[in-house]
Design a protein around this ligand. Structure first.
Ligand code: SF4
Ligand code: SF4
Length: 299
């Protein structure tokens, strides 16, 4: 069984407790306006072109079997012709052409992740399955999580919660902590920000809490879009006291070049969370008796 990833990041300290290696699964059922990882949105391989890195050496052009590349001052890519074989990206000396989407067998990925086992043990961490939405590749994610669990490795699941309940039931036994996104309580606000309302997300979160899951909430604060949701989020979480903590994540709009590299329209709101706005929301949530982490103070 194979799954598709955009990358693996080692020595992470923001993706759960301790020192962790994070596997970024490709594909997500939500379309968040503020997504910083547009390469994780689709489920198929994609070729990115970072034109500013191209030195017009021409190496890539002759190796494209589809004639999708040409070079003048910089390389140009005809996406209609590209079949994402990634032959060009493997030759490009500057990573101007960059492949997103590599397939792994489940045990192959586990063996790669286990290369960091000594760091997990020393750093009291483990592996985080993230994305994209890792649970949108359910059988693959469950197989990887189970295999790591059986080797006594902590597995955290970073999820948007817009998944089939059955998948949560199946992965819960192998999960240490769910890093669970909560973006808005108002279904219309949620839909405007992500393309989907939050009914299933809240139902799944309630179910996880009722079934003893360890859950850390992630609230990405995008002023002008979901900052008005803090009171409602606080009130809902106060009614669900098993949540271990809430982390408020700051927002900036620096990822525009990634959208451009993939030929995607940039949806990033042109705003940036200020320290004052973060502090205000953190205090609002603490007013509900919650343990709250200011993501800005962690950087
Ligand atoms: S990924 Fe393959 S088909 Fe696409 S431009 Fe590169 S070499 Fe050509
Ligand atoms: S190989 Fe890389 S640097 Fe050279 S022309 Fe192609 S994209 Fe540009």
């Amino acid at each position: 069984m194979t799954g598709i990833l955009t990358g693996i990041k080692r020595m992470e300290i923001h993706d759960g407790d301790g020192l962790r290696t994070t596997a970024f699964f490709k594909g997500c059922p939500l379309k968040c306006l503020w997504c910083h990882n547009p390469e994780s949105s689709g489920f198929s391989p994609e070729l990115a072109l970072f034109a500013g890195r191209c030195m017009a050496c021409g190496t890539c052009v002759g190796f494209c079997p589809e004639g999708a590349l040409s070079v003048g001052e910089r390389v140009e890519l005809n996406r209609d012709r590209c079949r994402t074989c990634f032959a060009c990206a493997s030759l490009c000396p500057t990573e101007a052409l960059y492949p997103y989407g590599k397939r792994y067998e489940a045990e192959e990925l586990v063996e790669i992740l286990l290369q960091d086992e000594a760091f997990f043990r020393a750093g009291k961490g483990g592996v985080t399955l993230s994305g994209g939405e890792c649970l949108a590749q359910p059988e693959f994610a469950i197989r990887v999580a189970k295999s790591l669990f059986e080797r006594n490795i902590s597995v955290d699941i970073d999820t948007c919660g817009f998944v089939n309940r059955r998948v949560l039931e199946d992965i819960l036994p192998y999960t240490d902590t769910f890093l669970y996104d909560l973006k808005a309580m108002d279904p219309m606000v949620h839909k405007a920000c992500t393309g989907q309302d939050n009914g299933r997300i809240l139902d799944n979160l309630s179910w996880l809490l009722e079934h003893g899951a360890r859950v850390e909430i992630r609230y990405p604060l995008v002023v002008g879009w979901n900052d008005g949701e803090a009171e409602k989020i606080g009130a809902w979480l106060a009614d669900h006291p098993r949540v271990t903590k809430v982390k408020v994540l700051k927002y900036h709009s620096y990822a525009a070049s990634r959208y451009e590299s993939l030929g995607m329209a940039c949806t990033l709101p042109q705003t940036e969370t200020t320290p004052e706005q973060m502090a205000r929301v953190v205090e609002t949530l603490r007013g509900f008796g919650l343990t709250v982490v200011n993501g800005m103070e962690e950087d």
